[in-house]
Design a protein. Structure first.
Length: 465
């Protein structure tokens, strides 16, 4: 008999049980248990025969899980107890020794750290693939013009490749955040016990090395209560999903009839149930809509962690569903964005026509006046007057007559008209990081170099065999 006489109420069981979602940690739990068994053998808690039996039994369980043959039962409270139950069925009494020098508190924290490390590396890999896709699409459109926007109003023209590479650099920062999450999960909680440490001098360094961790945790209380590594992952996922939402939003706009800049791939689009003429950019719309879901998952774990007394409380069971949903969502969105861009087609004629709008040349006119000695604020006012005259006359800035121009500024007419030569606006943006062709070439080289530098699959916890 245990501490409690009564069986759990079915309602409490439904509330307390986590097997329906924490089974996702099964392979990590097996890996941690194998390493723990070997650690127990090294300090004499298990004799060689017992250690071999436990490791072999866990190997069988791992194979059953991989093949989808593991039999879960309604009495399984969580994945840890399910695996322990099966191990008893396979090897008998030695299974009862496995939980020596281990609590479910440090066990689940270890499983989760292994999982976060694995998914952080996978997210980085997917970001890397999408960056390569964006780079390829940008290379194919490096000299195509497109209007640049602020406040969703035409501002200054840029090269389409320059705009696309903005997405590349967003993802490059995401790679760094996911790598940081992998690093923060690289400290092993196992060996901390329930909160105070163990009565056994387990070789924590050896167990950590076997599981691929960089080191064991230095404080047992922090170890069992820490979920910062999950928060780090979820912040990285939230930022990444938000970036993908911006990519999706622009494709939705650009593919509309009002813009007509691009045509999304058919295999990432749908049609209307009632209007057969429609081609809806559903994948891009869903990239836009999935981001708040990931942000909400981050908020959930922040809420669970808020004001939580040390060390472990059952509240921390609520870390998993939010984390797992964030993982599934951001990985799916990264793969979808890759597929969406693989088949996208841009309409050069529409882009050229839109980028030829003469009003975005206003800043270039002001800068020309500044080069002739005028203060920028004064130049800004003069060009604003030119814009008003052009609008009232119903012409573009480049179509103003010498007489109209002379009424506002002494700028030579030939110099003024030269500003409207094809490509003059885009290639005048010569600052580092600007859209001018020489700077864009530098940016491509930097992007290719950065892509090659990124370690797609960093250090990975090795599941013991």
């Amino acid at each position: 008999m245990g501490r409690l006489n009564d069986e759990p109420d079915p309602i409490f069981w439904a509330l307390n049980s986590s097997i329906r979602f924490d089974r996702r940690l099964a392979q990590h739990d097996v890996a941690g248990s194998i390493a723990h068994a070997r650690g127990l053998a090294r300090i004499g808690v298990l004799d060689p025969a017992e250690s071999d039996a436990i490791v072999a039994g866990l190997g069988t369980i791992r194979d059953e899980l991989t093949a989808g043959r593991f039999g879960f039962e309604s009495s399984d409270e969580d994945i840890h107890m399910a695996i322990e139950r099966r191990l008893f069925a396979l090897i008998g009494a030695p299974a009862g020794k496995l939980h020596t020098a281990r609590s479910r508190n440090d066990q689940v924290a270890t499983d989760l750290a292994l999982y976060v490390g694995e998914r952080s590396r996978r997210a980085g890999e997917l970001c890397h693939a999408l960056m390569a896709r964006i780079l390829a699409v940008a290379e194919a459109h490096r000299d195509w013009p497109i209007p640049g926007y602020t406040h969703l109003q035409r501002a200054q023209p840029v090269y389409l490749a320059h705009h696309l590479l903005a997405w590349f650099w967003m993802l490059e920062r995401d790679v760094g955040r996911f790598a940081a999450a992998a690093d923060s999960s690289a400290v092993m909680p196992l060996g901390s016990g329930a909160l105070a440490g163990l009565n056994w001098e387990v070789d924590r360094d050896g167990v950590a090395a076997e599981l691929g961790f960089a080191s064991p945790t230095p404080n047992s209380i922090d170890a069992v209560s820490n979920r910062d590594f999950a928060l780090d992952y979820m912040y990285a996922a939230a930022a990444c999903a938000t970036h993908l939402s911006r990519l999706g939003a622009e494709i939705v706009l650009w593919s509309s009839s009002e813009f007509g800049f691009c045509d999304p791939a058919e295999d990432f689009s749908s049609t209307s149930s009632i209007m057969p003429q429609k081609k809806n950019p559903d994948a891009a719309e869903l990239l836009r809509a999935k981001a708040p879901r990931v942000v909400a998952a981050l908020s959930t774990l922040l809420g669970v962690s808020h004001a939580l007394p040390l060390a472990y409380s059952k509240d921390l069971q609520e870390d998993k569903e939010a984390l797992f949903d964030a993982v599934d969502t951001v990985e799916l969105c990264l793969a979808a964005a890759d597929g969406l861009l693989a088949g996208i087609r841009f309409n050069r004629d529409a882009l050229v026509a839109a980028a030829a709008d003469q009003f975005p040349a206003a800043t270039d006119i002001a800068d020309l006046l500044v080069r002739r000695g005028m203060a920028f604020r004064a130049a800004h006012g003069i060009v604003g007057s030119l814009v008003r005259v052009a609008l009232e006359a119903g012409v573009g800035l480049g179509e103003l007559s010498a007489e109209q121009l002379a009424g506002l500024t002494d700028l030579p007419f030939d110099d003024y008209r030269a500003l409207f030569e094809p490509g003059a606006w885009i290639d005048s943006k010569l600052s580092v990081g600007g859209t001018a062709a020489p700077r864009l070439a530098e940016q491509f080289e930097l992007a290719r170099r950065r892509l090659a530098e990124i370690e797609v699959v960093p250090r990975s916890p090795a599941a013991p065999s």
